[in-house]
Design a protein around this ligand. Structure first.
Ligand SMILES: [Zn+2]
Length: 337
């Protein structure tokens, strides 16, 4: 009320200017109010399949079910972390008006069924998303390799549509920004949930449970919230880009040992082989709008003080110096022949 009275005292021209400023501000609002897609959120593992197991300092509180191993050490299960992040992501998306579906809501396998086999678990997850008509699929995982492996990565299917690549890129960018861990890049893989879902799909690996310092990060509910918010922002950014989504068909069919005479409308044949990791040694039908992409590689690697003996395929060595401002006084590998 006090504000309204104050406004009446302002001379008309100034009030008019204020109104115009407000109108201009409304018109300049970004189009991020674009409706969010219907998202299937897939908490990886569960129901006895723990996924990666991280070791924590004795007695570390995680805000989740306390876990210990047979030697009595305090540990943290990837399956628990993934479910916790997925609940937070689900809440983030629903708070912004998105429809969502979770492929599990308890410490059980896909479809909240007891774990029997990996195949049944993964099939249930894909079936839930496909039958519900979800428009995006986000599989939440965390990583394991060795105690020094570090960082964040995101995967999409080898034969991904442009939409899946954009989704993975946006989610990866937000996660790296939020966690500040090394950017391991957007990669391609043939994971079952990426291959058989019929909507753009991403599988995220937030951090490494095999690395004690990253396991400790994931033990912190605030960090898990940051990951969920980052994935959510990635989905929002994807939605704002209005990328055309592929037809709702399986991304690939086959493979066949011998070349089939025909493939269904909307598919094209590719020969499997070294550059085609799915179904080696035969033929595969790929949705015609799908294009195989190589994993994103950094533009440069190095620099090194001394000349390395070899560099990865696809890179060439350049001597750093005045004409090369990156890594002065050594050697740098640059992508490209
Ligand atoms: Zn996993």
């Amino acid at each position: 009320m006090a504000r309204a009275r104050h406004a009446e005292e302002v001379p008309l021209p100034r009030r008019l200017v204020s109104v115009l400023i407000v109108l201009a501000a409304i018109a300049a609002l970004p189009a991020t109010a674009a409706a969010l897609p219907f998202v299937a959120v897939d908490p990886g593992h569960g129901g006895g399949d723990t996924g990666a197991v991280g070791v924590l300092p004795a007695g570390t509180q995680t805000g989740m079910t306390p876990r210990s191993d047979s030697r009595g050490r305090t540990v943290i299960y990837e399956s628990d972390v993934n479910l916790d992040i997925s609940f937070r992501l689900d809440a983030y998306l629903r708070a912004r008006g998105a429809r969502t579906i979770l492929t599990r809501t308890q410490d059980l396998a896909g479809g909240d069924r007891p774990y029997t086999t990996a195949g049944a678990d993964l099939r249930a997850r894909v079936q839930i998303a496909n039958e519900a008509g979800a428009e995006l699929f986000v599989s939440v995982h965390n990583n394991a390799l060795n105690s020094t492996a570090s960082g964040t990565e995101a995967f999409h299917y080898y034969y991904s549509s442009p939409a899946a690549r954009v989704l993975a890129t946006e989610v990866q960018r937000e996660m790296v920004r939020a966690l500040g861990l090394p950017d391991r890049g957007v990669k391609t893989a043939g994971f079952y949930v990426l291959r058989y879902t019929v909507m753009p799909a991403v599988l995220v690996e937030g951090a490494f449970l095999s690395n004690p310092s990253e396991a400790l990060l994931l033990a912190d509910p605030a960090v898990r919230q940051r990951i969920a918010d980052a994935i959510g922002r990635g989905v929002e950014r994807f939605a704002a880009r209005d990328v055309r989504t592929p037809p709702r068909l399986p991304p690939t069919i086959g493979p066949w040992r011998t070349k089939p005479r025909t493939v269904p409308v909307g598919y094209r044949l590719v020969k499997t082989g070294r550059s085609n990791p799915v179904g080696r040694g035969g033929w595969l039908a790929v949705i015609s709008t799908f294009r195989q992409v190589r994993a994103t590689r950094p533009a440069t690697i190095g620099p090194w003080r001394t000349k390395p003996r070899t560099v990865p395929a696809g890179y060439r060595l350049v001597k750093t110096g005045r004409a090369n401002p990156v890594g002065k006084g050594g050697w740098l590998a640059v992508a490209g022949a």
